[in-house]
Design a protein around this ligand. Structure first.
Ligand code: NDP
Ligand code: OXD
Length: 310
């Protein structure tokens, strides 16, 4: 049983291959390299793999993705149409996504940037107290990530709603389902937090005609994917004053190109796709467990529904 490991990130034998091999002693784990001959591997473990992987490895029975989002795989024309894809679920990322959202929401609602400016000016001045009813939060996507984000913000007593295909939300969160309920969800939202997967249905969902339905003085927190956001439309909304700020972790082009307006925009905070970093130990343990289940023919979760795209 052969496993080929292919990643666009730098992978060291010591950090990734050896522990995965130790967790799956009955297999042979090989680090993929463009100069390596075809391995006739049974399983691929990947994060942003090159298209050549699927051109060369024609015997794959499944691919295990080292991230929650599988959009990069669907962009590869060489991906076989019926190859099962299994994604990472949480593995320590959901709590980080929740922290990131809390950071962005608290910074805005508690006027932390204003206090930072006051400190620089040597000013000791209390600003008006927070009225949480003025800060309704809407979480796009209430899957593994969005549920944790929504629960965490609701626990801080913000009014929180979630939007998904099914409308399933955790206790204490108001649910909205499907495209027909999107306008009502946006109309009650001041801070829009995106945790959607990128699919044909969700690409460009954050655009002028959706952003302008948000409450005045709104904020965007994008942790989903860069292609969810039409960047010029966000800039126009900030320019018009309808939106007050954005905290962006993901971009249409990563790394964000030099000179991009987001780098220096006073209302935009950017981070380099780190809202949730993958935790090596948790990731390897989960992937090894899932591969073991797959090989033993046992049920496993995180299998991507090809027709939905996530
Ligand atoms: P899940 O599959 O668990 O959840 C996806 C959610 O999105 C579900 O609630 C689903 O609805 C909803 N959804 C999908 N398509 C639609 C649609 N067309 N209309 C309405 N709702 C929709 O994924 P995760 O929560 O694990 O991950 C979500 C995304 O977060 C990833 O795909 C990735 O892009 C991003 N991510 C970003 C990270 C970062 O560091 N920036 C780190 C990790 C993930 P339903 O529940 O009805 O199926
Ligand atoms: C993921 C990510 O999808 O890190 O896991 O963005």
């Amino acid at each position: 049983m052969k496993i080929v490991f292919a990643s666009s990130h730098e992978i060291t034998q010591h950090e990734w291959i050896d522990p995965l091999q130790a967790a799956l002693p009955d297999t042979q784990v090989v680090l993929w390299h463009p100069d390596l001959p075809a391995q006739a591997a049974d399983i691929a473990v990947v994060w942003g793999p090159p298209a050549e992987l699927f051109e060369r490895e024609r015997d794959l029975r499944a691919v295990f993705n080292l991230g929650a989002g599988v959009d990069a795989l669907f962009k590869l024309p060489s991906l076989p149409p019926d190859l099962p894809i299994v994604r990472l679920e949480d593995a320590g990322m959901a709590v980080q996504m929740a922290e990131y959202a809390v950071w962005a929401v608290v910074r805005a609602s508690r006027q932390m940037d204003d206090y930072a400016a006051q400190q620089r000016a040597g000013t000791w001045q209390a600003l008006p107290e927070l009225d949480r009813t003025q800060w309704p939060i809407g979480v796009l996507g209430t899957g593994v990530m969005g549920t944790r984000v929504a629960q965490t913000l609701a626990a801080l007593d913000y009014p929180v709603a979630g939007w998904s295909r099914s409308g399933k939300v955790p206790a204490g969160v108001q649910g909205f389902a499907g495209i027909e309920q999107l306008p009502a969800f946006l109309a009650r939202t001041r801070v829009l937090v995106n945790t959607l997967p990128l699919t044909d249905e969700t690409r460009d969902i954050l655009r002028r005609d959706t952003l302008q339905q948000l409450l005045p003085q709104s904020y965007l927190v994008n942790m989903g994917r860069g292609e969810h956001l039409v960047e010029e439309d966000l800039l126009a909304m900030l320019e018009s004053g309808h939106m007050r700020g954005a905290t962006l972790d993901v971009f249409r082009q990563e790394p964000l190109p030099n000179g991009h307006p987001f780098w220096s925009h006073p209302c935009v905070t950017i981070t380099p796709h780190v809202a949730a970093l993958s935790l090596r130990r948790e990731t390897i343990a989960q992937v090894a467990d899932k591969i073991g289940r797959f090989l033993r023919g046992e049920p496993l979760t995180g299998v991507v529904a090809r027709e939905r795209g996530y």
